[in-house]
Design a protein around this ligand. Structure first.
Ligand code: NAI
Ligand code: MG
Length: 345
Protein backbone atom coordinates (compact mmCIF):
# COMPACT_ATOMS: atom_id res chain seq x y z
CA UNK A 1 0.00 0.00 0.00
CA UNK A 2 2.81 2.42 0.85
CA UNK A 3 4.40 1.62 -2.48
CA UNK A 4 1.57 3.41 -4.25
CA UNK A 5 2.00 6.61 -2.25
CA UNK A 6 5.78 6.65 -1.85
CA UNK A 7 8.36 6.89 -4.56
CA UNK A 8 10.29 3.61 -4.71
CA UNK A 9 14.03 4.18 -4.51
CA UNK A 10 16.40 2.35 -6.87
CA UNK A 11 19.09 0.47 -4.95
CA UNK A 12 21.65 -2.23 -5.64
CA UNK A 13 21.18 -5.55 -3.82
CA UNK A 14 24.23 -7.79 -3.47
CA UNK A 15 23.34 -11.22 -2.00
CA UNK A 16 27.00 -12.05 -1.33
CA UNK A 17 28.48 -15.33 -0.14
CA UNK A 18 27.86 -17.98 2.52
CA UNK A 19 24.88 -16.94 4.66
CA UNK A 20 24.60 -13.76 2.56
CA UNK A 21 21.80 -14.95 0.22
CA UNK A 22 19.86 -16.34 3.22
CA UNK A 23 19.90 -13.12 5.27
CA UNK A 24 19.44 -10.96 2.14
CA UNK A 25 16.35 -12.99 1.14
CA UNK A 26 14.89 -12.65 4.62
CA UNK A 27 15.55 -8.90 4.63
CA UNK A 28 14.08 -8.34 1.15
CA UNK A 29 10.98 -10.32 2.16
CA UNK A 30 10.51 -8.17 5.29
CA UNK A 31 11.08 -4.92 3.37
CA UNK A 32 8.35 -6.03 0.94
CA UNK A 33 5.98 -6.20 3.92
CA UNK A 34 6.93 -2.58 4.67
CA UNK A 35 5.71 -1.57 1.22
CA UNK A 36 8.84 -2.34 -0.82
CA UNK A 37 10.59 1.03 -0.37
CA UNK A 38 13.44 0.00 -2.71
CA UNK A 39 13.48 -1.27 -6.30
CA UNK A 40 16.35 -3.73 -6.32
CA UNK A 41 18.97 -4.16 -8.97
CA UNK A 42 20.48 -7.52 -7.98
CA UNK A 43 24.22 -7.78 -8.61
CA UNK A 44 27.00 -10.10 -7.50
CA UNK A 45 30.39 -9.76 -5.84
CA UNK A 46 32.88 -11.84 -3.88
CA UNK A 47 33.01 -15.57 -4.62
CA UNK A 48 29.49 -15.25 -6.12
CA UNK A 49 30.94 -12.63 -8.50
CA UNK A 50 33.60 -15.11 -9.57
CA UNK A 51 30.94 -17.82 -10.05
CA UNK A 52 28.59 -15.58 -12.03
CA UNK A 53 31.03 -13.63 -14.16
CA UNK A 54 34.57 -14.65 -13.33
CA UNK A 55 35.31 -11.50 -11.32
CA UNK A 56 35.07 -10.86 -7.53
CA UNK A 57 33.93 -7.31 -8.32
CA UNK A 58 32.20 -7.40 -11.74
CA UNK A 59 31.91 -4.21 -13.82
CA UNK A 60 28.10 -4.62 -13.82
CA UNK A 61 28.08 -4.43 -10.02
CA UNK A 62 30.22 -1.29 -10.00
CA UNK A 63 28.06 0.27 -12.73
CA UNK A 64 24.91 -0.47 -10.74
CA UNK A 65 26.25 1.18 -7.57
CA UNK A 66 27.48 4.12 -9.67
CA UNK A 67 23.93 4.55 -10.89
CA UNK A 68 21.99 3.96 -7.65
CA UNK A 69 24.56 5.36 -5.18
CA UNK A 70 22.86 3.10 -2.67
CA UNK A 71 23.40 -0.57 -1.87
CA UNK A 72 22.49 -3.29 0.58
CA UNK A 73 25.20 -5.91 0.59
CA UNK A 74 25.48 -9.40 2.03
CA UNK A 75 28.89 -10.50 3.35
CA UNK A 76 31.59 -11.38 0.83
CA UNK A 77 34.08 -14.17 1.36
CA UNK A 78 37.72 -13.11 1.09
CA UNK A 79 40.37 -15.82 0.70
CA UNK A 80 42.76 -15.93 3.68
CA UNK A 81 46.51 -15.46 3.18
CA UNK A 82 46.37 -15.53 -0.62
CA UNK A 83 43.97 -15.05 -3.56
CA UNK A 84 41.99 -12.00 -4.65
CA UNK A 85 41.93 -8.74 -2.69
CA UNK A 86 38.84 -8.07 -0.55
CA UNK A 87 35.90 -6.87 -2.67
CA UNK A 88 34.61 -5.07 0.44
CA UNK A 89 37.76 -2.99 0.67
CA UNK A 90 37.67 -2.35 -3.10
CA UNK A 91 34.05 -1.17 -2.94
CA UNK A 92 34.90 1.20 -0.08
CA UNK A 93 37.84 2.59 -2.06
CA UNK A 94 35.96 2.82 -5.36
CA UNK A 95 33.13 4.88 -3.85
CA UNK A 96 35.31 6.65 -1.27
CA UNK A 97 33.15 5.36 1.58
CA UNK A 98 35.34 6.96 4.22
CA UNK A 99 33.07 6.50 7.23
CA UNK A 100 31.97 3.15 8.64
CA UNK A 101 29.29 3.49 11.31
CA UNK A 102 28.48 0.50 13.49
CA UNK A 103 25.85 1.03 16.18
CA UNK A 104 25.01 -1.63 18.79
CA UNK A 105 22.08 -1.65 21.15
CA UNK A 106 20.76 -4.24 23.60
CA UNK A 107 17.49 -5.71 22.33
CA UNK A 108 17.65 -9.07 24.05
CA UNK A 109 19.09 -8.58 27.55
CA UNK A 110 21.92 -11.02 28.05
CA UNK A 111 25.35 -10.77 29.55
CA UNK A 112 25.07 -6.98 29.41
CA UNK A 113 21.97 -4.83 29.57
CA UNK A 114 21.34 -1.29 28.32
CA UNK A 115 24.18 -1.18 25.83
CA UNK A 116 23.84 1.70 23.38
CA UNK A 117 27.10 2.44 21.59
CA UNK A 118 28.19 3.70 18.20
CA UNK A 119 31.56 2.90 16.69
CA UNK A 120 32.85 5.12 13.88
CA UNK A 121 35.68 3.58 11.91
CA UNK A 122 37.99 5.31 9.45
CA UNK A 123 37.29 3.16 6.42
CA UNK A 124 39.95 3.83 3.77
CA UNK A 125 43.35 4.01 5.43
CA UNK A 126 45.46 2.57 8.23
CA UNK A 127 46.77 -0.96 7.91
CA UNK A 128 43.77 -1.86 5.74
CA UNK A 129 45.49 -0.38 2.69
CA UNK A 130 47.49 -3.62 3.00
CA UNK A 131 50.65 -2.37 1.34
CA UNK A 132 52.56 -5.55 1.98
CA UNK A 133 55.51 -7.48 0.70
CA UNK A 134 57.86 -10.31 1.51
CA UNK A 135 61.62 -10.07 1.66
CA UNK A 136 63.34 -13.27 0.53
CA UNK A 137 66.35 -14.44 2.52
CA UNK A 138 68.45 -17.35 1.29
CA UNK A 139 66.06 -19.83 -0.27
CA UNK A 140 63.03 -18.74 1.77
CA UNK A 141 60.98 -16.42 -0.47
CA UNK A 142 58.87 -15.40 2.55
CA UNK A 143 61.57 -14.99 5.19
CA UNK A 144 60.35 -11.51 6.20
CA UNK A 145 56.86 -9.98 5.91
CA UNK A 146 56.42 -6.18 5.87
CA UNK A 147 53.17 -4.19 6.07
CA UNK A 148 52.83 -0.43 5.77
CA UNK A 149 49.84 1.52 7.09
CA UNK A 150 48.82 4.90 5.69
CA UNK A 151 46.90 7.66 7.48
CA UNK A 152 46.67 11.18 6.11
CA UNK A 153 45.89 14.25 8.18
CA UNK A 154 43.06 15.06 5.77
CA UNK A 155 41.47 11.63 6.18
CA UNK A 156 41.85 11.73 9.98
CA UNK A 157 40.32 15.21 10.11
CA UNK A 158 37.47 14.17 7.81
CA UNK A 159 36.50 11.10 9.84
CA UNK A 160 36.72 13.00 13.13
CA UNK A 161 34.50 15.77 11.80
CA UNK A 162 32.07 13.12 10.55
CA UNK A 163 31.99 11.55 14.04
CA UNK A 164 31.37 14.87 15.79
CA UNK A 165 28.64 15.84 13.33
CA UNK A 166 27.07 12.40 13.85
CA UNK A 167 27.20 12.97 17.61
CA UNK A 168 25.42 16.33 17.29
CA UNK A 169 22.79 14.93 14.96
CA UNK A 170 22.08 11.89 17.13
CA UNK A 171 22.37 13.50 20.56
CA UNK A 172 25.56 11.72 21.56
CA UNK A 173 27.65 13.33 24.30
CA UNK A 174 31.11 11.78 24.25
CA UNK A 175 33.57 10.40 21.71
CA UNK A 176 36.46 8.18 22.79
CA UNK A 177 39.30 8.18 20.27
CA UNK A 178 40.95 4.75 20.17
CA UNK A 179 44.61 4.57 19.15
CA UNK A 180 48.01 3.03 19.81
CA UNK A 181 49.93 6.29 19.70
CA UNK A 182 52.41 5.07 22.34
CA UNK A 183 53.80 2.53 19.86
CA UNK A 184 52.56 3.55 16.38
CA UNK A 185 53.46 7.14 17.12
CA UNK A 186 53.16 8.32 13.53
CA UNK A 187 50.37 6.17 12.10
CA UNK A 188 47.96 6.42 15.02
CA UNK A 189 49.60 9.47 16.63
CA UNK A 190 48.54 11.54 13.63
CA UNK A 191 45.00 10.18 13.99
CA UNK A 192 44.92 11.28 17.64
CA UNK A 193 46.48 14.67 16.88
CA UNK A 194 43.96 15.41 14.11
CA UNK A 195 41.10 14.25 16.34
CA UNK A 196 42.22 16.55 19.16
CA UNK A 197 42.40 19.49 16.74
CA UNK A 198 38.87 18.89 15.44
CA UNK A 199 37.51 18.26 18.97
CA UNK A 200 38.36 21.85 19.94
CA UNK A 201 35.76 23.10 17.44
CA UNK A 202 33.11 21.09 19.28
CA UNK A 203 34.21 21.91 22.84
CA UNK A 204 31.22 22.38 25.14
CA UNK A 205 28.95 20.47 22.77
CA UNK A 206 30.53 17.01 22.48
CA UNK A 207 33.17 15.75 24.88
CA UNK A 208 36.25 13.88 23.65
CA UNK A 209 38.68 11.61 25.45
CA UNK A 210 41.12 9.02 24.19
CA UNK A 211 42.20 5.50 25.10
CA UNK A 212 44.90 3.11 24.00
CA UNK A 213 43.29 0.24 22.10
CA UNK A 214 44.32 -2.61 24.38
CA UNK A 215 43.04 -0.81 27.48
CA UNK A 216 39.87 0.02 25.57
CA UNK A 217 39.31 -3.66 24.75
CA UNK A 218 39.46 -4.48 28.46
CA UNK A 219 37.29 -1.53 29.49
CA UNK A 220 34.64 -2.62 26.98
CA UNK A 221 34.36 -5.91 28.85
CA UNK A 222 34.58 -4.46 32.38
CA UNK A 223 32.42 -1.34 32.01
CA UNK A 224 31.05 -0.72 28.52
CA UNK A 225 28.55 1.85 29.84
CA UNK A 226 31.36 4.41 30.26
CA UNK A 227 31.44 4.75 26.46
CA UNK A 228 29.06 6.59 24.15
CA UNK A 229 30.85 6.69 20.78
CA UNK A 230 34.20 5.16 19.77
CA UNK A 231 36.26 6.70 16.99
CA UNK A 232 38.79 4.23 15.60
CA UNK A 233 41.41 3.77 12.94
CA UNK A 234 40.49 1.20 10.32
CA UNK A 235 41.96 -2.00 11.81
CA UNK A 236 41.09 -1.22 15.44
CA UNK A 237 37.53 -0.37 14.33
CA UNK A 238 37.28 -3.71 12.57
CA UNK A 239 38.37 -5.58 15.68
CA UNK A 240 36.42 -3.61 18.26
CA UNK A 241 33.18 -3.67 16.26
CA UNK A 242 33.09 -7.47 16.55
CA UNK A 243 33.70 -6.99 20.27
CA UNK A 244 30.80 -4.54 20.46
CA UNK A 245 28.61 -7.11 18.71
CA UNK A 246 29.56 -9.52 21.49
CA UNK A 247 28.11 -7.12 24.07
CA UNK A 248 24.64 -7.32 22.52
CA UNK A 249 24.29 -11.01 21.70
CA UNK A 250 26.82 -11.60 18.94
CA UNK A 251 27.45 -10.95 15.29
CA UNK A 252 23.81 -11.60 14.46
CA UNK A 253 22.89 -8.28 16.10
CA UNK A 254 25.33 -5.77 14.57
CA UNK A 255 24.59 -3.60 11.52
CA UNK A 256 26.99 -1.36 9.65
CA UNK A 257 26.86 1.52 7.20
CA UNK A 258 29.59 2.77 4.87
CA UNK A 259 29.16 6.43 3.93
CA UNK A 260 30.92 8.52 1.32
CA UNK A 261 30.03 11.97 0.05
CA UNK A 262 27.55 10.68 -2.52
CA UNK A 263 27.24 6.90 -2.05
CA UNK A 264 26.32 4.64 0.85
CA UNK A 265 26.56 0.86 1.23
CA UNK A 266 24.79 -0.92 4.09
CA UNK A 267 25.85 -4.31 5.41
CA UNK A 268 26.11 -6.51 8.48
CA UNK A 269 29.26 -6.41 10.61
CA UNK A 270 29.59 -10.18 10.28
CA UNK A 271 31.09 -12.17 7.43
CA UNK A 272 29.82 -15.05 5.32
CA UNK A 273 29.82 -17.50 8.28
CA UNK A 274 30.86 -20.60 6.31
CA UNK A 275 30.29 -22.77 9.39
CA UNK A 276 26.50 -22.26 9.20
CA UNK A 277 26.02 -21.32 5.52
CA UNK A 278 23.28 -23.17 3.66
CA UNK A 279 21.67 -24.45 6.87
CA UNK A 280 18.95 -21.81 7.07
CA UNK A 281 19.81 -20.94 10.67
CA UNK A 282 21.59 -17.58 10.33
CA UNK A 283 20.24 -14.64 12.28
CA UNK A 284 19.16 -12.01 9.73
CA UNK A 285 18.90 -9.17 12.28
CA UNK A 286 22.29 -7.57 11.50
CA UNK A 287 21.38 -7.11 7.85
CA UNK A 288 17.81 -6.17 8.76
CA UNK A 289 19.06 -3.44 11.09
CA UNK A 290 21.44 -2.35 8.32
CA UNK A 291 18.42 -1.99 6.03
CA UNK A 292 16.90 0.15 8.80
CA UNK A 293 19.95 2.43 8.67
CA UNK A 294 19.44 2.52 4.89
CA UNK A 295 15.83 3.62 5.36
CA UNK A 296 17.01 6.35 7.77
CA UNK A 297 19.55 7.43 5.16
CA UNK A 298 16.91 7.91 2.43
CA UNK A 299 14.57 9.83 4.71
CA UNK A 300 12.23 6.92 5.48
CA UNK A 301 12.85 6.99 9.22
CA UNK A 302 9.21 6.11 9.93
CA UNK A 303 9.61 2.79 8.09
CA UNK A 304 12.90 2.19 9.90
CA UNK A 305 11.13 2.70 13.25
CA UNK A 306 8.39 0.25 12.27
CA UNK A 307 11.03 -2.27 11.25
CA UNK A 308 12.94 -1.91 14.53
CA UNK A 309 9.72 -2.17 16.54
CA UNK A 310 8.72 -5.36 14.69
CA UNK A 311 12.15 -6.91 15.36
CA UNK A 312 11.94 -6.07 19.07
CA UNK A 313 8.40 -7.46 19.40
CA UNK A 314 9.30 -10.65 17.54
CA UNK A 315 12.29 -11.22 19.82
CA UNK A 316 10.84 -10.17 23.15
CA UNK A 317 7.05 -10.45 22.99
CA UNK A 318 6.76 -13.42 20.65
CA UNK A 319 10.04 -14.89 21.93
CA UNK A 320 10.94 -16.03 18.42
CA UNK A 321 14.71 -16.17 18.09
CA UNK A 322 17.34 -17.86 15.96
CA UNK A 323 19.68 -20.31 17.60
CA UNK A 324 22.58 -17.87 18.12
CA UNK A 325 20.16 -16.18 20.57
CA UNK A 326 19.33 -19.55 22.15
CA UNK A 327 16.10 -19.87 20.18
CA UNK A 328 15.00 -22.54 17.71
CA UNK A 329 13.66 -20.47 14.79
CA UNK A 330 15.15 -20.83 11.34
CA UNK A 331 16.08 -17.72 9.34
CA UNK A 332 12.80 -17.98 7.40
CA UNK A 333 10.66 -18.62 10.47
CA UNK A 334 12.12 -15.55 12.13
CA UNK A 335 11.54 -13.47 8.98
CA UNK A 336 7.95 -14.73 8.73
CA UNK A 337 7.34 -13.71 12.35
CA UNK A 338 8.67 -10.19 11.70
CA UNK A 339 6.41 -9.93 8.64
CA UNK A 340 3.39 -10.88 10.80
CA UNK A 341 4.36 -8.22 13.35
CA UNK A 342 4.58 -5.61 10.59
CA UNK A 343 1.25 -6.69 9.11
CA UNK A 344 -0.50 -6.58 12.50
CA UNK A 345 1.05 -3.35 13.77
P1 NAI B 1 32.00 -14.40 10.36
O1 NAI B 1 31.54 -13.07 10.87
O2 NAI B 1 31.51 -14.84 9.07
O3 NAI B 1 31.61 -15.52 11.45
C1 NAI B 1 32.13 -15.54 12.78
C2 NAI B 1 31.21 -16.42 13.68
O4 NAI B 1 29.97 -15.74 13.89
C3 NAI B 1 30.86 -17.76 13.04
O5 NAI B 1 30.81 -18.75 14.05
C4 NAI B 1 29.48 -17.52 12.47
O6 NAI B 1 28.68 -18.67 12.39
C5 NAI B 1 28.88 -16.51 13.46
N1 NAI B 1 27.91 -15.63 12.75
C6 NAI B 1 28.22 -14.62 11.90
N2 NAI B 1 27.10 -14.07 11.43
C7 NAI B 1 26.07 -14.72 11.99
C8 NAI B 1 24.66 -14.61 11.87
N3 NAI B 1 24.08 -13.69 11.08
N4 NAI B 1 23.89 -15.47 12.57
C9 NAI B 1 24.42 -16.40 13.36
N5 NAI B 1 25.77 -16.54 13.52
C10 NAI B 1 26.58 -15.72 12.83
O7 NAI B 1 33.58 -14.35 10.40
P2 NAI B 1 34.66 -15.36 9.76
O8 NAI B 1 34.18 -16.76 9.87
O9 NAI B 1 35.92 -14.98 10.40
O10 NAI B 1 34.76 -14.93 8.22
C11 NAI B 1 34.15 -15.65 7.15
C12 NAI B 1 34.35 -14.91 5.85
O11 NAI B 1 33.63 -13.67 5.85
C13 NAI B 1 35.81 -14.55 5.53
O12 NAI B 1 36.03 -14.83 4.15
C14 NAI B 1 35.88 -13.05 5.77
O13 NAI B 1 36.83 -12.42 4.96
C15 NAI B 1 34.49 -12.63 5.39
N6 NAI B 1 34.03 -11.37 6.02
C16 NAI B 1 33.31 -10.50 5.22
C17 NAI B 1 32.79 -9.35 5.76
C18 NAI B 1 31.98 -8.46 4.87
O14 NAI B 1 31.58 -8.85 3.78
N7 NAI B 1 31.70 -7.24 5.27
C19 NAI B 1 33.01 -8.99 7.17
C20 NAI B 1 33.73 -9.98 7.91
C21 NAI B 1 34.24 -11.13 7.35
MG1 MG C 1 35.30 -7.32 10.57
Amino acid sequence: MESSTRQQIPATLIPGDGIGPEVVDATAHILDALGAPFIWDVQHAGVAGVTHSGDPLPAATLDSVRRTRLALKGPLTTPIGEGFRSSNVRLREEFQLFANVRPVRTIVPGRYDNIDLVLVRENLGGFYVAHEYYVPVGNDPKAVAVATGVNTRDACTRITRFAFEYALKHGRKKITVVHKANILKALTGLFLEAARDVAREYAGRVEMNDMIVDACAMQLVMNPWQFDMLLCTNLFGDILSDQLAGLVGGLGMAPGANYGNDTAIFEAVHGSAPDIAGKGVANPISLLLASGLMLDHVGQGDLAQRLRAAITETLNTDQIRTRDLKGTASTNEFAGAVVRRIANA
